[in-house]
Write a protein that binds this ligand. Sequence first.
Ligand code: NAD
Length: 480
Amino acid sequence: MRDYWQNYIAGDWVEGGAGRIAVENPGTGEVCTEHALADVGDVDRAVQAARAFVASDVWTDMRPMARGRIVQDMGRWFEAHAEEIAQVLSAEQGKPIWEARGEVGNAAKYFDYFGAQAALLEGRSIPLGAGYFDFTALEPYGVSAQIIPWNFPLEIAARSIACGFAAGNACIVKTSEMTPCASAYFAQAAEACGVPKGALSVFTGLGADAGAALAGHPGVDQIVFTGSVATGQRIATAAAQNIVPCVLELGGKSAAVVHADADLDAFETDIRKGIYVNAGQICSALSRVVAHESVHDELVERIAGVARRTPLSLGAEAEEPLGAMGPMISAAQRDRAVDMVAEAERAGAQVVAGGRKGNLPGFFMEPTVLANVQPDQRIAQEEVFGPVVSVLKYRDEAEAIQIANGTDYGLVAGVFTRDLDRATRAARQLRAGQVFVNEWFAGGVETPFGGYGKSGYGREKGQEALLNYVQTKNIAIRTR
Ligand code: NAD
């Protein structure tokens, strides 16, 4: 890890107007590097440069296939530098190196996938009878502001940069102040692959300072945000003030309904991936299991077994897929999760596994399983954003759906059964933007992702995502 990272504003590597910020390695709790910290003036420079770039029409004059090839090249550049990027990501974010490698690979896939679609953003012709020729064109909004969280800093930024560029926008990326470093590689990739100067800025800054300045800047045409509901509300308010659209992805409290006929052996892998990858800091984490009463006790034991067999480590086990669980992002996030578990226990939940801080330096928390959780308890309603799964019991299908749908969120949901009729019935009834049947996280960059309810609006991933970055122009021609 180098000892200092600069911001990248409009094609230049620069110091931060607000000085520097220390970046902690969550695995040790120690400062591992420093990063330039942008202020409101830096944000304004990035927006002015992006506006000038948009006005130059460089992206939009280019044939979309050529622009798309540049986007795809950025993905290939990421693949070629994957190990170096993964090491930086692992150090600043805390995820084990196997997870970091996976995240870099997924980031590359977004460039590949959306770059290939740059030329597919086609309008249509609309018949108006004799005397008219009418057609639509999908035009970029212009300046896309992208505010990124710390849990998947590369994947989340990659999907918005790749879409933004494929559709012909300039992108301004405000990274999380906790994980700013690996995102510098987006700027390096852009420089190496011929992205025109001014099309991209990548910097970090404090949320309430640089983040708020970017979201509220009148020179921004569209905003993309992933993070907490509270910050999403602020961003939507800023977008409303400037009458610009925004995409909000605000997390969830997602449930897997496990029926009596489910493959419980396979479900152990779903639990391992669904709540203990990234130490549970995943917006679509499997944070609630809604288990049929006939399999409930066995399932609690199996899930507890998975938790007990998942070591906390950044050592040799962290090299292997599903080998070990890493730390949480910060002491504050870890302590909040531990406190939520203690509160749940006081409210009657049973801690079957984990529940405490990890006995290691750094911000580790034990993989945790709670049973005897009631649907209206805080632990079953609020996002813990940590390695904590709650198991709830149901008696019939209607009750299972009611519990699964019984939060303000609606990001993803799962149903586990060998009965296809039951699975399709549940898929229709579950109130979520994505439904997984018999595999948590089934899908990928190709499948639309986004929330119902307080999980937000707009879709990331899949072809739908591109539509967030374009506006429709209708051209009606009077012919004689
Ligand atoms: P956050 O929503 O405050 O931060 C996310 C991003 O928004 C960061 O880049 C931050 O700098 C920026 N930001 C903060 N305040 C801003 C403002 N007023 N205007 C513009 N940008 C602003 O999230 P957090 O404080 O890092 O984490 C708190 C909780 O959010 C977590 O416990 C978790 O529940 C949730 N979270 C969800 C996701 C997700 O993927 N949905 C990701 C991270 C955090």
